[in-house]
Design a protein around this ligand. Structure first.
Ligand code: UT7
Length: 336
């Protein structure tokens, strides 16, 4: 069976203007710049304006990716939005984006897999293209995570930031673009990173909201251990499926939760730390959005060339892990 390939043919992102620094958090909770920086590597993060919801970040990110790909919205067959902070439970945020950008020929759906969401969504979109169902799929990860955080809980609130990243996926030669992927789920650890209330298990009540049940809760230390153990395993699994070794990797674009996780993963994979791209210092942890935000950052700074092997890795609520190996096809930015 000869399937065509699927590749990233356009990248874009959007970040809200307001910057929230560690000094700002020092004024709001019992924390210090020194603690945040030494434990996470985060210096600042972005904060959505009060009138900005998930789709308001997703739309400009999508438009920038479409412009970068030189693809018309009407050529898009499917819009996938991945998020844990949607505008509403329903309609899907993807439908709001589809309408706003004029993707009048597209289907639309949301896909949730915590901070691993972009890997799951990109693999899903790519396989629609490989199967010949659609030529172009728009995959957007958008988060307003500061709105799901408990701003009185110093163990979580200082970590998160808002933003959106988008990619246009299109057809390519079978040996380019997405070469392989590996996905895993470990639902037995679901309680370690959870928003317990506000859904069918626990309805939103005044009492529940007063107890922050509608906010994100995380056992950070346990998630940290799952991440540093799981990342090398899922990365090696995806690389083996592509017949590649860690030495073949040009750049690793990983979920940006903590600089210590990026460094530990590099060490355990035997990759130089500077090949693991870091944007955690300036954007914090933006859940599903962090991988495409980081990808856009390295791409637009001229850090990727055609033929580069790029390893994408995600981990997060579920507990889920995902890795994807790409042979990069876009010209170095700005295009020569
Ligand atoms: O994005 C989805 C996946 N999420 C992650 O990957 C997050 C993974 N986890 C982490 O990144 C880290 O575990 C954290 C950054 C969340 C926490 O770092 P840690 O080194 O694991 O710290 P800890 O939770 O073990 O806490 C150490 C101490 C505690 O005090 P005691 O009990 O030792 O007295 C905390 O109360 O640090 C205290 N602490 C703080 N102190 C100042 C926790 N948060 C803060 C804070 N400011 N913001």
């Amino acid at each position: 069976m000869s399937l065509r390939g699927a590749t990233i043919c356009g990248v874009g992102s959007y970040l809200p203007e307001q910057v929230l620094t560690n000094a700002d958090w020092e004024r709001m909770v019992d924390t210090t710049d020194e603690w945040i920086l030494s434990h996470t590597g985060i210096r600042e993060r972005r904060l959505a304006a009060p009138d900005q919801a998930c789709s308001d970040l997703a739309i400009p990110a999508a438009q920038r990716a479409l412009e970068d790909a030189s693809v018309d919205p009407q050529q898009i067959g499917l819009v996938i939005v991945t998020t844990v902070s949607p505008d509403h439970f329903f309609p899907a945020t993807a439908c709001l984006v589809q309408s706003a950008i004029g993707a009048t020929n597209a289907g639309a759906m949301d896909l949730t897999s915590g901070c691993t969401g972009f890997i799951y969504a990109m693999v899903t979109g790519a396989n629609f293209i490989r199967a010949g169902a659609y030529d172009y799929v728009l995959v957007i990860a958008s988060e307003v995570l500061t709105r799901t955080a408990n701003w009185a809980d110093r163990t979580t609130c200082v970590l998160f930031g808002d933003g959106a990243g988008a990619t246009v996926l299109g057809p390519c030669e079978p040996d380019e673009g997405l070469l392989s992927f590996a996905l895993s789920s470990h639902g037995e650890y679901g309680d370690l990173l959870i928003m317990p209330g506000g859904a069918s298990r626990m309805r939103a009540t005044a009492e529940g909201i007063a107890r922050h049940q509608d906010c994100l809760q995380m056992e950070g230390h346990d998630i940290f251990k799952l991440a540093v153990r799981g990342i090398p395993r899922i990365a090696r699994d995806a690389l083996a499926k592509a017949g590649l070794k860690t030495g073949d990797i040009s750049a690793v674009v990983m979920h940006q939760a903590n600089q210590r996780i990026l460094d530990a993963s590099a060490d355990r994979l035997g990759i130089e730390r500077d090949r693991v791209i870091s944007t955690v210092g300036k954007y914090g942890n933006s859940s599903a959005a962090s991988v495409p935000l980081c990808l856009d950052d390295v791409y637009r700074s001229g850090g990727l060339e055609p033929g580069d092997i790029v390893l994408l890795v995600g981990f997060g609520a579920g507990f889920t892990l995902g890795a994807a190996v790409l042979r990069w096809t876009l010209p170095r930015f700005p295009a020569e």
